[in-house]
Every structure is written in C-alpha cells, then in structure tokens.
Design a protein around this ligand. Sequence first.
Ligand code: NAD
Ligand code: TDX
Length: 336
Amino acid sequence: MKLLVTGGAGFIGSNFVHHMIKYRPEDTVVNYDLLTYAGNLENLKDIEDYPNYHFVRGNICNRELVEYVVDQYEIDTIVNFAAESHVDRSITEPDIFVKSNVLGTQTLLDVAKNKNIYKYLQISTDEVYGSLGPDGYFTETTPLAPNSPYSASKASADLIVRAYYETFGLNVNITRCSNNYGPYHFPEKLIPLVVTNALEGKELPVYGDGKNIRDWLYVEDHCAAIDLVLHQGKPGEVYNVGGHNEKRNIDIVELIVDTLGKSRDLIKHVSDRLGHDRRYAIDPTKIETELDWKPQYNFDSGIKETIQWYLDHEQWWRKIKSGEYMDYYKKQYGAK
Ligand code: NAD
Ligand code: TDX
C-alpha cells in the first residue's frame, strides 16, 4: 500500500505510523500533518530517516497540496487522523473544529474520489453517539447524538464520509474508538495531564464529581484494529473499537497518584466541563466477530507501562509543558 496518513504527528497517528513501519515495512507511509500545537515531529524522531517514510507539512483543507502529494507519492489509501481533538478547546474555540474536522474531511474525500483512491478510512470516535446512562453500550447502529462542538464536528464528518460512499461509491470505512491511552499522548488529556502534574507536584484537576465513565483502550490495540479494517473492512462499513474497560475518572486519577507514590491531597475537584458526557461504553462485537480483532493489553499493565513511559520521557513532556501550552493551561485551570 501507499498510504497517506493525515495527522500522523499527533498521539494516535504517530503510534500508527510506528505500527505500520514495524508490521508493514513494504508499505510507503506519507505523513501529512499541519503541526498544530498537538503535532510533534519528536514523536517520529526514531524513524525519520526510514526510506519508506516521508513527512509533508500541510493542512487537510488545502486541496491543491493534498492533490499534489497524492500524485507525487502515487497514494492509493488515505487514513484520516487529522483533527482538532480536545473537547475543552472545542468549548472555547469551536470554529477551528468545524474547519479542520468537517471541511478538512470533505476536502480529503473529494480528492480521494477524483484521484480514484482505493480506500479511505476515517478515524472517528465513540463521542459521536452522545452519552449513556448507567447501562447499555454503543453499537454501530446507535443514533448519532453528539453533545460537544468537538463530537458534533466528528459526527458531521462521519455523515459526509457516508455520503461519499452512498453517492459516489467511494470505498470508505469509519472506525469509532473509545478513549485511547499510551505513549505520546498530549498532556492536555486526562491521563498524561495527571501523570505529569503529579510528577511536578501540581494540583490534579478532576471535573465535577469525578464519576464520569470512559472506556479506555491501549493505543497499540487501536492501531492494530485500524490496520485490520484497512485490509479487511467491507466497503461502507462502520466498526466500533473498544476493549470493555470502563473506568470512573476519579478511580484513574487515584490509581496514577498511588502508582507514583504521591499524595491524594493533590487531587482537586474543579468546575465541571460544560455538557460533560456522563458515560461512554463500546460494544465491539462487530469488529471481534467479523474481523477477528481482540485487544492484547489489559488496563492494569497498560497504565503501568504508560506511567513508566512518561517517567522515561521527561524531556518530551517538559518541552511541551513549557511554552505555549502554559497559556492554554492558565486559561483552563487558573494560575496553579
Ligand atoms: P491529536 O490532537 O494528538 O493529533 C491530531 C493531529 O492532527 C496533530 O498532529 C495535528 O497537528 C494534526 N492536525 C490538526 N488539524 C490539522 C489539519 N487541519 N490539517 C492537517 N493536520 C492537522 O489527536 P489524537 O488523539 O491523536 O486523535 C487522532 C484522531 O483520532 C482524531 O481524529 C480524533 O478525533 C480521533 N480519536 C481520538 C481518540 C483519543 O482518545 N485520543 C479516541 C477516538 C478517536
Ligand atoms: O483536567 C481534566 N480533568 C478531568 O476530570 C481533563 C482534561 C479531563 N477530565 C475528564 C473529562 C472526561 O470525562 O476526564 C475524562 C477524559 O477527558 P479527556 O482526556 O479530555 O478525554 P475525552 O473528553 O473523554 O475525549 C477523548 O476521548 C475521545 C479524546 O480527547 C477525544 O479526541 C476522543 O474522541
């Protein structure tokens, strides 16, 4: 395959590029990324000279450049990770979410159609289904009911992907994954924020009562699922990806604090996120039965490996947390 991986310098995208280079060394991977605040070429430093890997800096909304790159590298497959991904930022700055996530997706789809791309895979999220009560799971037929500007932009993108399949017969797939965790996770998100703040002796902000539930999946398990869908996904199909691993936020925060041997006094309940979804939980039956996917990591070992990764890569996160990141942090959490 000759893959265009958009957003390959972000958290999941960079893990996916590593996955492909390890397991599919015969493929060409072109990483196309705008390098927003969340894009970081340090994530790919170890493979930057690999002969089948190329990086191009660009916006997915820039049709001419996307077309040029598709021609230049004879791309046959597009995997779109590129997006504004942080719910809190979508509450304060929704415009960029619509531009990058909706218009960017439509631009990529249109190029894919015009250039006869063999497969287009959209990386979506469980958040498009909205919020669950204490029982039940999201299946692929759960109605879309997004609640944040972020999830609304992702749901809108999914609908445009669907339209390109129904109207133009483009060979598309959509994956909807639950919360990922693992190496290179940007420290604005709950797990890396709490790990790095705890290491710095800073307060650990928990929104509301901390009883919101997320369904956590180790990022490599997600990458393996994406690889499978790319190769075996049936045209037009949506696949939910999740590992039956529901956790309350407060339990995760306490686990991290205890693992690091820090004091639980660092935990601080702060104002709730606006429109905060209460519970996500994925039913992965379809990808398990149709594509034979199963997660390999359990949470207890995955979270320990992840904490260790942050201990071993202090320079990586310290560099991010100095600089522009602090302006965002002060706006979101106040001065502390
Ligand atoms: P991230 O914020 O870490 O990375 C996003 C990447 O996209 C960055 O490298 C950024 O520079 C790039 N980007 C942003 N706008 C761009 C644009 N207009 N043009 C080109 N590049 C652009 O995000 P992530 O957590 O790695 O998420 C990747 C994808 O997976 C997103 O589409 C997200 O919605 C989806 N997803 C994430 C999770 C999760 O738990 N992190 C779960 C399910 C789905
Ligand atoms: O400081 C915090 N305190 C806190 O209590 C932060 C940053 C988060 N939280 C809570 C909010 C959520 O209930 O922790 C939970 C997880 O929050 P995030 O890490 O921001 O993730 P979430 O909002 O669940 O969205 C993530 O998973 C789905 C990704 O950021 C999305 O891109 C993905 O689609």
